[in-house]
Design a protein. Structure first.
Length: 312
């Protein structure tokens, strides 16, 4: 190869590098960079044309080689860089769940509802649960009796209240020693629901027990015209009701000839019932035993503290 051809080859190599650099600038540069790159390329092409004219055939061959390399460099696609996504903004932390408000204290409730914690107001609400309205504030239990109901005064524990399973009037004593009468309308393992007239309030049993010393009154509906303690040797409609109720509870038939006699067989049945319901086991059907038996056979719609399982 002559000196002219060698010079052309060297110039071509430099020109190809200039074109590749210009291509990169054209792909990613600004408008000012584009103008500078194009000016350089035009100058290179003009100088190359002068050399080709001076060298003749050798220049043409070199021009052909340069054309091939120039086209290859010009069409080579620029390397594209994928855009980088901005970092995701952190999600705001969820606000903490609100804490449940503590139940109001018994003394605060009694102080706020002092006008509704007297005897008359309590009996009005209790009898209303049985569908009976008082005519006035005098002798509530006498008015209940005229409606076929009866009052039962008791002194005991929560276990006895559960056994009777009827709404009751509780006697509470506040921190100042004042007595209040409130209606217990519902009961579960941990809470008691008090009917304070305009609204009901659920109170933890542990809190309520600090002001309740066991005094309460229930109302029930006897199935005979009079109520009395029943024991062995007695006869009457009350004994007949007692026997038939115990038989109905266990699906047994009654004997009409001995229905009204309180015999040893009936006493044993009473003892079994008392034992089953955690009552005093003595075979004597006192009023507490009779109320628990009446509740076990509760009529539909009659008020209960706790729902009972349906009888088979």
């Amino acid at each position: 190869m002559g000196a002219g051809a060698l010079f052309v080859a060297v110039f071509l190599a430099c020109a190809v590098e200039a074109v590749e650099a210009t291509t990169i600038v054209l792909a990613a540069g600004t408008a000012r960079d584009w103008r500078s790159a194009m000016t350089g390329m035009v100058a290179a092409l003009a100088l190359l044309a002068v050399l080709v004219a001076a060298l003749g055939a050798t220049g043409l061959a070199a021009m052909s080689l340069w054309r091939h390399q120039l086209l290859h460099a010009a069409v080579k696609p620029p390397t594209l860089t994928a855009p980088v996504a901005p970092p995701a903004e952190p999600k705001p932390a969820a606000p903490p769940a609100p804490r449940p408000e503590p139940p109001p204290s018994i003394n605060a409730l009694l102080a706020a509802n002092g006008a509704n914690t007297g005897d008359a107001a309590a009996y009005r609400r209790l009898l209303a649960l049985w569908g009976t309205a008082m005519a006035d504030d005098r002798d509530p239990c006498g008015q209940a009796q005229k409606a076929g109901l009866a009052c039962l005064e008791q002194h005991g524990s929560w276990a006895q209240v559960r056994a009777l399973n009827r709404p009751a009037i509780l006697t509470l004593t506040d921190d100042r020693g004042a007595r209040h009468r409130v209606v217990l309308s519902a009961l579960d393992d941990e809470f008691a629901t008090l009917d304070l007239g305009e609204h009901d309030v659920r109170i933890p049993l542990d809190d309520l027990s600090r002001d309740w010393f066991g005094e309460f009154t229930v109302v029930w509906k006897p199935k005979t015209s009079r109520t009395r303690l029943l024991s062995v040797g007695m006869r009457g409609d009350e004994v007949r009701w007692l026997r038939r109720s115990l038989n109905a509870l266990h699906g047994a038939a009654s004997n009409p000839e001995t229905d009204d006699l309180y015999d040893e067989q009936l006493a044993i049945a009473v003892q079994n019932f008392q034992r089953e319901h955690r009552l005093n086991v003595d075979g004597i059907a006192g009023l507490q035993t009779q109320v628990v038996l009446d509740t076990a056979l509760a009529e539909p719609g009659s008020p209960l503290l706790m729902p009972t399982a349906p009888r088979s």
